[in-house]
Design a protein around this ligand. Sequence first.
Ligand code: PNS
Length: 161
Amino acid sequence: MSRIAVVPGSFDPVTLGHLDVIERAARIFDELHVLVVHNPGKTALLPIAQRVSLIQDAIADAKLPGRISVTSWSVGLLVDYCTDVGASVLVKGIRSQVDVAYETPMAIVNRNLAGVETVFMLPDPAHAHVSSSLVRQVASLGGDVSPYVPRAVADFLQSER
Ligand code: PNS
C-alpha cells in the first residue's frame, strides 16, 4: 500500500525551509500532497493560486524526487482533505520549541478528529531562522529576500515592486 502524506501550510510565500522539509518528506513517503491552506489568523501577501504556482515552480527548479502534487484547500477541516485523498500522515517542519508548542495541539486534534498522525521534520538548521512572515516583512520594505526563498519566489517578489 502506498503511503501518502500531506504537507499543509500557508506558504505565503514558500521558503527554502519549506522546500527542505518537502524534499526530506518526498524521500520518505510514496506520494506527497503539498497543500496551501488559508490561515484566517494571518494577513495574506499572495493569493492562494499564486502560492500554489510558486511552489510548483520551486519544486520543478529544485528537481525534487518522487510524486509531489501541489494544490489548495479552503473548505472544511484539513483532515477532511486527508481522508478524501487517502492520506494518513501530516508532515510539519519544526524549527524550534516555539514550533513544537504551536503544532502539538493541532497534531493531537487532527489525530482525535480522524486518526491522522503528524510527523515533525527538522529542516537544515541553516534555515532555522527563516519564516514566511519575515520574508513578507523584508519584501514589503524593499529588502533582498533571495537568501531565504526559492529563486522563483525571489524573482516574483522582485517583479512585483
Ligand atoms: O503555515 P501555517 O499558517 O502555520 O499553517 C497552519 C495550517 C494552515 C496548517 C493550520 O491553520 C490548519 O491546519 N488549518 C486547517 C483548519 C483545520 O483543520 N483546523 C482544525 C485542526 S487543527
